[in-house]
Design a protein around this ligand. Structure first.
Ligand code: SF4
Length: 299
């Protein structure tokens, strides 16, 4: 949702400003469209391995269309379609699915694919690969698994500067190559690069934060400086949405992170504010954002 006219004047006393860039990014939109199309056109049952995107309401919507989200390939029967989520998947999983007679529909975002390829390149060039991101995030698991296939490669995920020493304790540090989880906070990425430059003799860096994340973070920051209260809409398990809320709070603006408008019902800070900013993560559909705007307008 890229807004050209971001201002909505509520009929009563509240003014709502929408972030210039918020909501579904191109990668998420394509993945959702592709999955829904598979559900409509395929005669085979369709499964998604892990949450297609980090938004429970969208997962529920897919479920209502009989597109099931499963946690393991063991739950995907032979003869069905298995969608690979936007965050990608380890290549071994894809090979395993095909070997058991499952049709793979790959909805990996092209921006995630780019990180996988950059990590492979760094591993092939002999760098110790540092992924700036969380070990347990599905995108990071996929990136690691891809670059792990390069013989002798060392790959480690580090999310914060204070983890560097421990995580690189027994790992070669002379030549370090860096990529970022696509939804990483820019500021954190730059701090990590600075800190890694102090431990490596040679540092090669690919800033792989995706443009959609960059634009959403910058417009959230810009908006937070103009309003009394920020509402950030999106999955509580969505990295990019959580980062938007952190950015707004970092700007000193009171902020609430919600999944649906219902969480605003007891929000006193919202009741007391006159100018309210609304933004949403890249995995938040327009209809959820609209429900939030409608609710605030109704106050
Ligand atoms: S947030 Fe970025 S990497 Fe993730 S799906 Fe959207 S465009 Fe792709």
């Amino acid at each position: 949702m890229d807004h050209t006219t971001p201002v909505i004047d509520a009929p009563k006393r509240k003014t709502i400003l929408l972030a210039e860039h918020s909501g579904f990014c191109h990668g998420v939109q394509k993945a959702v469209d592709k999955t829904l199309a598979a559900g409509e056109s395929s005669e085979k049952p369709v499964y998604v391995l892990g949450q297609l995107i980090h938004n429970q309401q969208v997962i529920d919507h897919l479920d209502a269309k009989s597109i099931r989200t499963v946690n393991s390939l063991d739950e995907v029967p032979e003869g069905s379609v298995c969608v690979i989520r936007t965050h990608g998947a380890p290549p071994q999983i894809v090979a395993e699915a095909e070997a058991k007679g499952v049709e793979v529909s790959d909805a990996t975002c092209p921006d995630v694919r780019l990180v996988q390829n950059k990590a492979i390149q760094l591993a092939e060039e002999g760098y110790t690969v540092v992924i700036v991101g969380k070990d347990e995030h599905p995108e990071v698991i996929g990136i690691k698994a891809h670059s792990d296939l390069v013989g002798g490669a060392t790959i480690v995920a580090i999310n914060k500067v204070n983890e560097i020493q421990e995580k690189l304790k027994d790992i070669p540090k002379r030549r370090i190559g860096v990529v970022s989880q696509t939804t990483q906070m820019e500021e954190n990425f730059f701090e990590m690069v600075k800190a890694l430059s102090k431990v490596a003799k040679e540092l090669k860096v690919f800033n792989t934060i995706c443009p959609a994340t960059y634009f959403r973070q910058n417009s959230a920051l810009d908006l937070a400086g103009k309003v009394e209260f920020m509402v950030v809409v999106g999955g509580k398990n969505s990295s990019n949405t959580t980062h938007l809320a952190e950015i707004c709070r970092g700007e000193g603006t009171p902020t609430i992170h919600i999944e649906t408008y219902k969480e605003l019902e007891d929000c006193e800070a919202l009741q007391n504010a006159n100018i309210i900013g609304v933004t949403a993560g890249a995995s938040t559909p327009d209809w959820l954002i609209q429900e939030v705007v409608d609710y605030i307008q109704s106050l």
